[in-house]
Design a protein around this ligand. Structure first.
Ligand code: SAM
Length: 664
């Protein structure tokens, strides 16, 4: 009888053959080396799936098909001497060792070197030598090599590696200006001075970090901000003009090709370059409606607090139940969500949801942010009051730790730094754990209400930490906030099960991949970065931009909203390139763009971000940062001139029932 592993392996080799691997020596090696020995115990059941798997240090064991393809391309013989850059788990080195005479492999992460070396020794792959170092420089002491394989993607093929090839030797390496996708090249050294280059496939590898790879030492999260010579701006604007898809008007633009590019993505991230521009909201609403109607997207998650969005969720889904009269979006910055553009979308969603037989199946609306410490506490206690009075009493005691700072949570952070008061972390963590432990009991009674309580309890736990670390520097609090938003999104994906499809509305600075911006250089991560890490090709992020017009914003935190004039974009910015294209409004595909435009837009430039505060007088300092647009977004939407959102003021809301749930 066959064991499961043997059975899987047969299918595995069959698959490799089907995908075009022909070299018998490669197929034999792939069937002999036990891939399960090169991954953690918890991942062994996936060892013969044709997929990369995590191996620690943020790295992966490569997809078996790619290992086979690259090995075949090396054209090894029994006498070959091979260099591998990027040992990782040691799996590919083991494969190479079954075909070649000697294998030299270099890895930059010491823990992976240790692990791989001891695995290879235990499995008696004795013709492999492993060292720790920067493989982008090769291994000159052991050169020349008949073949060199690089298991990480660099901007271009390192000169040192080409020089360490023997004449006739082959270098197989993924390269390209983006770490999202590279061309897999085979470079053959024909003579001392001459090489021949072939592109074998489009692939996606972790970055090659080193002196002749991506420069930045922390490039696992920041490889894309490449300081390269700036292309001629006029040429870049012309390329934009050629590649742009015209938007005649938000209502009439045909989005069929956008939906094709989005494909089967599970998550679509829709950005905005300010929190107060009408066109950004209207266009996001238009795209979201299509995704809901035509692609079955089943929830919208926005950069708002959970309890506020929960009121909207109630309004759009539970139309047969009377809504509560609590005010929503009543804290600064009210206009960010309480505006006519959002109201129109929410009304549409309520109407659309009437077609579902049960509110549980209808399209949901959730908040991802974490500023509602105290209303979230009330929500957890109210929930427990209804279903478990004993647990509610405990919750009151635990959360009581935070109540002295109710009116100003930021003072809690200052207090917790001192010696006189203890912080409340153990209490809020205990509350979340208590809910988790009763997950099955509670969720049985009402899954959606349990999700609400859990999300609020998670928010309280993370907000407690957020206010505490706010005083320790902005990077850690930014990272905590975005990690919280990502965790909340993750829990919603889980809640919605295998059919989960999310549209996320957040500022560009949250949804554009931080690793392609100055933020990444400072060590900041964001929702866009975390989504790409987890969902890879299954997340599609769309940034937005504008040249000039008006915007709703305040001059200081907590100040009144004003309609401010947006200054024309800076001459060294992406916005100026778009403006100079001469087009009023367009979609600019980046993920599926031609190489010429990606190349022109990749060198970093200024990009503008207006939040709820806009200070035109210090615009360059306060609102511009550097980014590499094609690394940051999969697509960019442009409106040359834009206008401020129409905020729902109290006078509008009063006595106008259809503006519920924006009671101001
Ligand atoms: N061949 C590996 C296997 O099958 O397990 C997979 C390797 S993983 C896709 C790429 C590896 O390259 C990572 O472990 C990463 O740390 C390593 N790496 C990146 N830049 C490097 C450099 N300059 N020198 C050596 N290793 C590097």
């Amino acid at each position: 009888m066959e064991t499961l592993a043997q059975y899987d392996k047969k299918a595995f080799i069959g698959l490799l053959k089907k995908r075009g691997i022909k070299d018998k020596a490669v197929l034999d090696a792939m069937s002999t080396v036990p891939r399960e020995e090169f991954v953690g115990i918890d991942l062994q059941e996936f060892a013969y799936d044709d997929t990369p798997l995590p191996i620690g240090e943020g790295q992966t064991i490569s997809q078996p098909y790619i290992v086979a393809l690259m090995t075949e391309a090396l054209q090894l013989t029994a006498g070959s001497r091979v260099l591998e850059v990027g040992t990782g788990s040691g799996y590919a080195a083991a494969i190479l060792s079954r075909i070649a005479q000697e294998v030299y492999t270099i890895e930059r992460h010491q823990p992976l070197v240790h692990q791989a070396a001891s695995r290879l020794k235990d499995l008696h792959y004795d013709n492999v030598q492993v060292i720790c170092g920067d493989g982008s420089l090769g291994w000159p002491e052991q050169a020349p090599f008949d073949a060199i394989i690089v298991a990480a993607g660099g901007p271009e093929a390192p000169r040192s590696l080409i020089e360490q090839l023997s004449i006739g030797g082959r270098l197989v390496i993924p390269t390209g200006p983006s770490v999202r996708e590279q061309g897999l090249l085979r470079i053959t050294r024909i003579s001392k001075e001459q090489i021949e280059i072939e592109e074998l496939a489009r692939v996606r590898f972790v970055p090659l970090i080193g002196e002749e790879g991506w420069q930045n030492a922390e490039a696992e999260i920041k490889p894309r901000l490449r300081r390269a010579p700036v292309e001629s701006p006029a040429a870049a604007s012309e390329l934009i003009e050629k590649a742009a898809i015209h938007i005649p008007s938000i209502d009439s633009v045909d989005l069929a090709s956008l939906l094709d590019r989005i494909g089967d993505s599970q998550i679509v991230l829709l950005g905005e370059a300010s929190h107060g521009t009408a066109e950004f909201y209207d266009m996001r609403a238009r795209i979201t409606k299509e995704l809901i109607q035509k692609r079955g997207f089943n929830f919208v998650a926005v950069e708002a607090d959970w309890p506020d969005a929960a009121q909207i969720d109630h309004f759009v889904r539970d139309t047969r139940v009377e809504p509560t009269e609590e005010a929503t979006f009543s804290r600064f910055p009210t206009w960010m969500w309480a505006n006519t553009q959002v109201l129109e979308f929410v009304k549409w969603l309520r109407h659309y949801n009437e077609s579902f037989s049960s509110p549980d199946e209808a399209v949901g609306f959730y908040g991802l942010d974490l500023y509602s410490l105290y209303s979230s506490i009330s929500s957890v206690i109210n929930y427990l009051d209804d279903i478990d009075a004993d647990a509610a009493a405990i919750a009151r005691r635990r959360y009581g730790c935070l109540t002295p700072w109710q009116s100003d949570p930021a003072t809690y952070g200052a207090m917790a730094l001192g010696d006189t008061h203890k912080d409340c972390e153990p209490e809020v963590v205990a509350m979340l754990n208590a809910l988790m432990q009763k997950r099955i009991d509670y969720a049985k009674q009402d899954g959606r209400r349990f999700l609400d309580a859990m999300s609020n309890a998670r928010l309280v736990k993370n907000a407690e930490q957020y206010y505490r670390i706010m005083y320790q520097g902005s990077i850690s609090s930014w990272n905590l906030r975005d990690t919280h938003m990502f965790e909340t999104l993750e829990s919603l994906m889980t809640f919605h099960g295998s059919k989960a499809r999310a549209v996320v509305w957040e500022h560009n600075s949250h949804i554009g991949d931080a690793s392609a911006t100055d933020m990444g250089l400072r060590g900041e991560i964001n929702v866009g970065f975390l989504c790409r890490q987890k969902y890879q090709e299954e997340v599609y992020s769309i940034g937005f931009g504008t040249h000039c017009g008006t915007v709703a914003a305040a001059s200081d935190w907590g100040a009144d909203m004003e309609v401010k004039t947006v200054r024309p974009s800076h001459q060294d910015s992406y916005e100026r390139l778009c403006h100079d294209s001469g087009l009023n409004a367009f979609l600019l595909p980046l993920r599926y763009a031609k190489q010429d435009i990606v190349k022109a837009l990749t060198p970093s430039r200024l990009e503008r971000a207006i939040g709820v505060i806009y200070r035109p007088e210090t615009e360059l300092l306060s609102h511009y940062f550097k980014a590499s647009l094609p690394g940051q977004f999969d697509e960019y939407i442009w409106f040359d001139e834009t206008r401020a959102v129409d905020a729902l003021g109290p006078e509008v809301a009063k006595g106008v029932p259809e503006t519920f749930p924006f009671g101001l």
